[in-house]
Design a protein around this ligand. Structure first.
Ligand code: ADP
Ligand code: ADP
Ligand code: ZN
Length: 217
């Protein structure tokens, strides 16, 4: 099954994608993670997108479509793909359709995670991740079991994203409403959109997503 998790920054896409990877053997394709990896390893493309990302603007369609194409043609996903943070524009959505056709795959459903803007600020400003294994946490909503130590890998190397501040979040939210929210209508018209309440607990949201996936499997 190939699915898109759609929602504003901080909606919980990465958190839920990580669970689906564990539980369903799916492969997460996060363009944000791919771009951050390029940025931190200092590739030419990474250096080019660094400023744009820190400000919270969107990277060009050409770059992210290229990243997805590379993964779709090389990654082996028995359980299917989870598109997380992609597509973010109508051009990217069209390109994804063409790419899936090319590799003989289909998009099974799009799950919108609905969250208020006011909750997003809290989600984003409290977010941190393990620098070693990438596990995601929150200062209030998802603390490590032992303070300062990663549940998954036992390391004490937490970091915050350069763009997780209120200023950049404003730009990212604006980009979401201007460029990404039209995708809700786009996938609704294709009969592929389902919505879940992203304000529920992490467990609760996982349950709603499982229910949404059951309707197409
Ligand atoms: P979040 O998880 O907060 O929604 P992401 O990790 O998905 O953020 O993305 C971080 C940044 O990477 C974005 O603000 C944007 O600059 C860039 N980016 C990620 N995916 C895309 C995309 N599909 N199109 C354009 N820019 C992207
Ligand atoms: P996205 O990938 O959509 O930007 P994340 O999955 O990184 O969002 O979640 C943003 C922050 O909110 C993280 O710190 C995460 O631990 C926390 N979070 C995710 N889902 C929930 C939830 N349902 N309730 C409370 N906090 C959550
Ligand atoms: Zn870790």
């Amino acid at each position: 099954m190939n699915i898109i998790l759609l929602g504003p920054p901080g909606a919980g896409k990465g958190t839920q994608a990580a669970r689906l990877v564990e539980e369903r053997n799916m492969v997460q394709l996060s363009t944000g993670d791919m771009l951050r990896a390029a940025k931190s390893s200092g590739t030419e493309m990474g250096n080019m997108v660094a400023g744009v990302m820190d400000r919270g603007e969107l990277v060009t369609d050409e770059i992210v479509i290229g990243l997805i194409e590379e993964q779709l043609t090389t990654a082996d996903a028995a359980g299917g793909f989870i598109f997380d943070g992609f597509p973010r524009t109508l051009a990217q959505a069209d390109a994804l359709g063409v790419l899936l056709d090319k590799v003989g795959k289909t998009l099974d459903t799009v799950v919108e995670m609905r969250v208020d803007d006011s909750a997003l600020v809290k989600r984003i400003t409290g977010r941190f991740t393990c620098g070693n294994c990438g596990a995601g946490y929150h200062e209030e909503f998802k603390k490590p079991r032992v303070d300062g130590v990663c549940d998954e890998c036992g390391k004490s190397d937490f970091k915050k994203r350069a763009d997780d501040n209120e200023e950049s979040l404003k730009t990212r939210l604006m980009a979401y409403y201007k460029e990404t929210s039209p995708l809700l209508g786009y996938y609704y018209a294709k009969g592929q959109l389902q919505s879940v309440d992203g304000l529920a607990s992490i467990e609760g949201v996982a349950g709603s997503i499982a229910g949404a996936l059951d309707t197409v499997s």
